[in-house]
Each structure stands twice: as C-alpha cells, then as structure tokens.
Design a protein around this ligand. Structure first.
Ligand SMILES: Cc1cc2nc3c(=O)[nH]c(=O)nc-3n(C[C@H](O)[C@H](O)[C@H](O)COP(=O)(O)O)c2cc1C
Length: 520
C-alpha cells in the first residue's frame, strides 16, 4: 500500500523547509565551493549521438506559443529528429556561458534555482524519421530509451527497442501517452541542488522542472505537436526503466509529445541496467527529509494511478470586495518575436530599475500564462491549483498596493492600498530584487484541499504547476523585452501579509517582474 494518503509526510516536509527571518539566521548554510557538483550527468561509457542544431524557424510568436498549448491527441503528428532536437534545445539546452572566479557556468534555456540544473531529461521513443526521410532509409533515431546530454547536445542510448508501453502501463493507461511517439521523462537529482538549498530542494524539483516544461509546451505548440504533462505514474516502474539510483535521482514528471495512430508494441524485457556516471562531487550529503517526501508521494500500482488521475477540486472564489480592475492584455502584434528568439534572450533579471510597467504589459504577463496547462492533474482543462497574489510597486494605471488575481474574470482585486516596496523586499528573503521590481507575483495554494484530493502527490503537482506558470511568465515578460526573476520567500510571512484573504493557504512560489537595469 502506498503512503500517498498519509498526509503528515507533506505537512512535516513543508513546515520543515519553511524559510523565515529567524530560520535563515539560526541555521545559516555556508557553501562548500570545492565540492560544488558538476552541472551535467555524464555516462562516460556510452557513445554520444550528436543532435542536429540547424533548426528550422517555427515562426510562432512567443505569446501565442505560451497561451495555446495543443493537447488534442488525434491525427498523425510524429516529430522528426530535427524537431526533437529543437524541442530539447529550447527546453534544457545550454544557451550561454559565463566565466567567473569559481569556474564557468553554462546557463540553460529555462531558469533554475542557483543555476544548478538538477533536472535531467530522458526520451523514450518509437523509430523517428529525419526531416528528409525516404521510405527506404533507416530511422534517423531508432526506437529506444535515451538520456539527453545537455553538455554535448546529444543523446546517449540507455536501451535499444520500443519501451513506450512500459510508460503507458506505469501511468495507468493515460491516453495521451498511449498515442505518443515521444515521451520525455524529467528527473530530479537531489544532491545537484541540495548542495546549496539542502532539504528545500524537493520544492525546487517542481519549480525547476516547471520552467523547463513551460518551454517544452510552448515549443511543442509552436511545432504543431500535441503535448501533455503527466504526474501520475508508478514511480518504481519509471525509475527502473531509466536505471536510476533512486537514493540520488528520481522521476518527477512525464510529457507525451506528438500523436500516432500506430499502437505501441509489446514491451521488450526490461533488464537491470547499472551504468557508471561521472561523480558530481567528491562527496555528497544526504538530506533524508526529501527522500521521505518523495517516497510518501509515490504511487504503487497502475490501478492506484488510474484512480488518482482526473477531476481537480473546484476553485470557487468569493465575489470581489475591493475595487476590481479589468486586465487589458496586448495581442501578438505588440510582441511579435518568435518563441525561439524569446527563449534565447531570456535570463533572470539581476537588478530591476524601479521604472513602471504599463497595465497592458502586466495584463499580458498574467493573461497568457494562465489560459490552461494540459496536465493529468488539471481536469477539466483550465482548472488550476495555485492562486496569484500581487504586490504592485509601480504600474501605470494601478495604484500601489496588494492585489488578488481574479483568474476567471481576468481582473485584479485591490486588497490593500499602500507602498509595500520594503515589505516585498522582506518577503522575498530580504533581497533587493523584489523591492526594486515593478510587481511581485506570489503563488499561494490551498494545500489542505489539494492534498485531500490528490494525497501527498498533490504537493508535487502544486509545485510543478507554479513552476510552469512562472516559466511562462518569464517568457511573457521577455517577449515584451521586460525583465523577470523567480525568487524564494519567507513562507508564513507571505501568507500573513495577504491575510485575511489568504488565510489557510500556503506560499508556493514567487516571481518578480519589471524593467531590468541594462547589464554592462
Ligand atoms: C524558482 C526560482 C527561484 C529563484 N530564486 C532566486 C532568488 O531567490 N534570488 C536570485 O537572485 N535569483 C533567483 N532565481 C534566479 C536563478 O538564480 C537563475 O534562474 C539562474 O541563475 C539561471 O540564470 P538565468 O535564469 O539567467 O538563465 C530563481 C530562479 C528560479 C527559477
């Protein structure tokens, strides 16, 4: 029997990893730079199959790509190898690098806490063609299980053969997987992020996986491929297929990409694989609280998964008590850059200028990302787990103060007027970034309701949804040549600040938005 409905596990983990003014002083953490983990997973004994990098242009404006994910699993849309390469590059590829005193950081397409990039991607696929495939050619990518090597921009084959049915079964027959020629599996590697963030890393799995998925969904939409996120699966079956050492790395989410009418073949025998990998650090520190949280949110059987999936708890919100301002989002012509161009120029703002956003710019950043995420925990489409609360510091057309985003009505409800810049800086872990931003968007969720419906697994889903929305906000901001940064926060102080409206909810995520000070 799984522990999924023993909810003490989540409450213990969540409370035990809260930040507060006191906790960061009572329990400071000094970084051991000599033991900093490697930023890549490398299998030294496997050959790399280099991926093509001569991408075709999708021509899709970023704002459309973010807002219109395509989840309809019908017809025949099989990505060729070039398209798969493009999806992987703009989701988790190395887009720039920077030398510094401690070495060199290779930044990736999606934002990640501490630039530690603990999320790894794997591909389980059918035979895939090339973009100029002739009927007699062998497949450009033979069916198999592959690890995506971001460092080399290549794939390493872990298993040869078509193993998709193993994932379909692990996910309790989830229909989008049953028709997907490509399944992307995202895993989290504890130590790679825990080196800096210790036990809080399990929350970061959701955030950092989410920003990657925001890009992957947008790129799939721009490439006219259906895609859907699946968080319900039998953990042990997926981990075994990838040959993971689960004390160190675990599967976190799956994505079905494309659609084919051919049925998935019977699964070949799944032999045990134990492949050597290059050590991340000289020594690794174990933080058992995360493994406990992961185990308590694991699902044990296909029947449990099938029963787990589906109907999101309803999200009624009381009628607005404060003044409500209608959002006025821009259309694509105001920000026509393609999704690839926007992902390529994205980076987290290191300093905001305190200059204002317009209401139209903010409206666009709220409206496009919140039009629905195709995911197995969001049913019907358009359902959601998180609520958005804002501190507005400087937006033309909105008085400074705290606000609640009325999602269905596309309105901002004023909760409290006032200058909360200093407060925003404090709530964002006493950093300058949230104090200087034009707007800070706090994500809060009613965990009691979510866990009641989905068990501990709902905690993974709430963190992941926040990461996806946050990742989309990055893209909506950068498509308008504005700045953005994810941030961490003082949990209970955030909830108290937005109470009584937010009473009973939990702080999940934070995004700062505004205008960046140009870097020298
Ligand atoms: C969820 C999340 C939380 C973050 N928290 C902070 C933070 O508290 N302070 C900060 O300076 N940067 C923060 N960042 C920004 C990361 O440091 C940044 O994404 C990383 O260095 C990679 O750089 P890039 O986003 O420019 O590609 C956060 C990013 C994410 C995605």
């Amino acid at each position: 029997m799984s522990q999924n409905h023993n909810l003490d596990a989540t409450w213990q983990y969540h409370s035990g990893t809260k930040h507060s003014h006191l906790s960061v002083r009572m329990d400071p953490h000094v970084l051991d730079w000599d033991n900093k983990p490697l930023l890549f997973k490398i299998y030294p004994t496997l050959e790399v199959l280099r991926l093509p990098k001569d991408f075709h242009e999708t021509g899709s404006p970023a704002l459309s790509a973010i807002a219109a994910p395509n989840s309809a699993a019908e017809g025949n849309s099989v990505p060729d190898l070039e398209t798969l390469a493009q999806l992987l590059f703009f989701s988790a590829g190395v887009t720039r690098s920077k030398k510094h005193a401690q070495g060199e950081t290779f930044f990736r397409a999606a934002a990640c806490t501490g630039a530690l990039y603990e999320i790894e991607l794997y591909v389980v696929c059918a035979d895939l063609p090339s973009n100029d495939q002739r009927p007699t050619d062998p497949p450009a990518l033979p069916a198999g299980v592959y690890h995506f090597g971001a460092a080399e921009f290549g794939l390493r084959q872990l298993r040869s053969g078509d193993f998709r049915q193993a994932i379909v079964e692990a996910a309790g027959g989830e229909p989008s997987l049953a028709h997907a020629p490509v399944i992307v599996i995202c895993t989290g590697t504890y130590w790679r992020n825990a080196w800096k963030y210790r036990s809080r890393t399990y929350r970061h799995f959701g955030w950092d996986n989410g920003t990657i998925l925001a890009n992957l969904l947008a790129m799939s939409s721009a490439s006219k491929l259906p895609a859907k996120i699946i968080t319900g699966f039998v953990d042990s079956q997926v981990n075994t297929l990838l040959g993971l050492d689960t004390k160190r790395e675990v599967a976190f989410s799956l994505v079905s990409v494309g659609c084919t009418s051919s049925p998935t073949p019977k699964v070949p025998a799944i032999e045990k694989i134990e492949l050597p990998i290059v050590a991340y650090s000289e020594r690794e520190v174990d933080y058992p609280a995360m493994r406990k949280m992961h185990e308590a949110s694991s699902l044990d059987s296909a029947e449990e998964v099938a029963a787990w999936r589906g109907k999101t708890p309803p999200h009624p919100s009381a009628s607005a008590k404060g003044t409500a301002t209608e959002l006025r989002p821009l259309d694509d012509s105001a920000a026509p850059d393609t999704i690839e161009k926007v992902i390529s120029r994205r980076g987290s703002t290191r300093q905001f200028s305190r200059d204002p956003l317009t209401l139209a710019q903010l409206s666009t950043i709220l409206d496009r990302p919140t039009r629905g995420i195709p995911a197995d925990f969001l049913d019907p489409s358009g359902a959601r787990l998180n609520d958005l609360y804002l501190i507005v510091n400087n937006v033309v057309g909105l008085s400074p103060g705290s606000y609640f985003y009325r999602w269905e009505e596309n309105q901002l409800e004023l909760l409290k007027s006032g200058d909360f810049r200093d407060k925003a800086g404090y709530l964002g872990l006493e950093q300058q970034i949230p104090a200087d931003a034009a707007v800070d968007v706090f994500f809060l969720a009613d965990l009691k309701k979510i866990l009641g419906r989905y068990g501990n697994r709902g905690y993974r889903a709430a963190q992941l949804e926040a990461g996806i929305l946050g990742g989309r906000m990055y893209l909506a901001a950068y498509s308008q040549k504005l700045g953005a940064s994810g941030l961490t926060f003082y949990d209970d102080d955030v909830v108290n600040f937005f109470s009584p409206h937010a009473r009973g909810k939990s702080a999940i995520f934070l995004m700062a938005l505004g205008r960046s000070v140009a870097r020298k």
